[in-house]
Write a protein of this length. Structure first.
Length: 515
């Protein structure tokens, strides 16, 4: 036990040594937080248009030197946790461990062990030789996620329609008529007939003249109403500015209310009696646009890598369904692509990964309603017509809230140069916010370790006192008990001596009787 207590005394020294290392690193982190905060303030100041950026850059250079000096000098007994020397980027390492002694104990089997607290210096490093420190670029950044992050993926197909150039005016007198067959959403055709009465009713006139495409739209609307199908389609009129002079146009548009999954307009058998082109309806179509299934696409912008503990997420909204949340992480990428490095190198790779993205219900994007494929360097997203058969305006989906869990800068603080117009000041400010957050996290880790070491030191001191007391009980005399025993023994000795003296005196008296 005395030997173990000597070991505990050595542990107390080791705890003190570890606490000194932690205290030194914590002091360096505190100073780093102050300097980075000042650095960020200078960047905000530089956004003012009247500020001389060259002078602000001079101040930034001095702050950079202070950061380097702080990191280099935060060393105790040859150990520096702020200025690490790992040749690899810290993001590529599982950890960069160091430890401090916190306890000594003997197990029930009699073996002796030394307790340690491990510290991952990769979470504390400010500058590392291979990169990845708190004030250095985070290589885990996904950038624009191969173009996915900035893609416009709120898509909807169009109502089915056919359109013509208006070539009027059209005049209908007496028994003159314009007629055509109209099929909506793939259904049976309905014959539409326009006569002078139709024109005058629609326009509130008495001359049967259709003077422009706006009036023709009113007349066609009246004709659909007379035929009992005004709920299935509507009429649009506009001007096509792509021609010189601008061309007045007119369209018949499906209302997608026929109960069919189709969305289309088919006009046929156009006739004007006694003669004419029916104001353009009998001429070749200007456009024929049947409603289709929703589709979106974006160009693949470049290879990127999903590092360990990195993921990106997005939300999908489909017709008449709740929003779904999807996740892509390193395990998914390697499983889908059959790799071990997390790299997504092409549009085809990204399409496969997105199609297999997992949602919180356990499904994948491809099985949830949107199929993803690639076409050369383009990623194509199509709504699954098997699950969502309605075409046209009813066919829609949106992908938004594209985000990742990497909140790191894309530059080193030592490379900040606000005098170069090519550098984005807002990007610098955002990056400094991320750096500051990482450094504050490092301070929290060190603060927690300080508390842990303080508790270990206090417990170790109490343990040593307890062992000293226990040993004393085993090997040292109880002075009160020993003193009482000694007094009793001395009294017994005195009584024995007195008894012997009495006995000796009696023997001498008997001897005198025989003289």
């Amino acid at each position: 036990m005395k030997s173990d207590n000597k070991a505990n005394s050595a542990v107390a020294d080791a705890i003190g040594l570890g606490a000194a290392k932690v205290d030194t690193a914590y002091a360096g982190i505190e100073n780093t937080i102050d300097v980075v905060s000042e650095f960020r303030a200078k960047l905000v100041t530089a956004k003012e248009s009247s500020i001389d950026k060259a002078k602000v850059q001079d101040e930034l250079e001095q702050l950079k030197n202070q950061l380097l000096s702080t990191a280099a000098s935060a060393s105790f007994n040859g150990v520096n946790w702020l200025n690490t020397t790992a040749p690899e980027n810290l993001a590529e390492l599982s950890s960069l461990p160091d430890d401090v002694v916190t306890a000594f104990y003997r197990t029930p089997s009699g073996s002796v062990q030394v307790g340690k607290t491990e510290i991952d210096t990769a979470d504390i490093s400010v500058f590392n030789v291979g990169g990845g420190g708190s004030l250095q670029k985070d290589i885990r950044s996904l950038g624009d996620i191969g173009g996915f992050r900035n893609a416009i993926l709120d898509t909807q197909s169009n109502y089915g329609r056919q359109g013509w150039a208006f070539t009027g005016p059209v005049t209908l007198d007496g028994t003159d008529t314009v007629s055509f067959d109209l099929a909506i959403d793939g259904g049976a055709a309905t014959t539409i007939t326009i006569d002078k009465s139709t024109v005058d009713t629609a326009l509130g006139t008495t001359d049967g003249i259709i003077g422009d495409n706006r009036k023709y739209a009113l007349v066609l609307t009246q004709a659909l109403q007379d035929a009992g199908i005004s709920s299935l389609a509507w009429i649009e009129w506009a001007v096509d500015p792509s021609t010189t002079p601008s061309t007045p146009v007119i369209s018949i548009v499906s209302n997608e209310a026929a109960g069919s999954s189709e969305s289309s307009i088919v006009v046929s058998n156009v006739q004007q009696s006694p003669s004419g082109n029916a104001g353009g309806l009998a001429d070749p179509l200007r456009w024929d646009r049947p409603g289709d299934y929703a589709q979106a696409q974006f160009d693949f912008t470049g290879a990127f890598r999903i590092y360990r503990d990195v993921q990106f997420t997005f939300d999908l909204t489909l017709p008449n369904t709740d929003e779904q949340h999807f996740i892509v992480d390193r395990d998914l990428v390697d499983a889908v692509l059959g790799t071990t490095d997390g790299w997504i190198n092409s549009a085809d790779d990204l399409a496969k990964v997105l199609d297999a993205a997992r949602n919180t219900a356990g499904g994948t994007l491809g099985s949830s309603g949107v199929k993803v494929s690639s076409d050369g360097g383009t990623v194509v997203l199509d709504i699954d017509s098997g699950l969502y058969p309605d075409k046209g305006w009813r066919s829609r989906f949106s992908i938004d809230n594209i985000d990742d869990n990497v909140h790191g800068p894309n530059f080193d603080i030592l490379d900040v140069d606000i005098t170069d117009p090519a550098n984005d000041l807002d990007n610098y400010i955002d990056g400094l916010d991320m750096m500051l957050e990482r450094v504050i996290k490092s301070g929290a880790i060190l603060g927690a370790t300080q508390n842990r070491l303080d508790m270990a030191a206090n417990f170790n001191a109490k343990l040593m006192d307890s062992i000293d007391s226990g040993v004393s009980r085993l090997v040292d005399a109880d002075m009160e008990e020993a003193s009482a025993k000694l007094a009793a023994t001395q009294t017994q000795q005195q009584l024995a001596v007195q008894a012997l003296q009495i006995a000796n005196t009696s023997a001498e008296n008997i001897m005198q009787l025989f003289q």
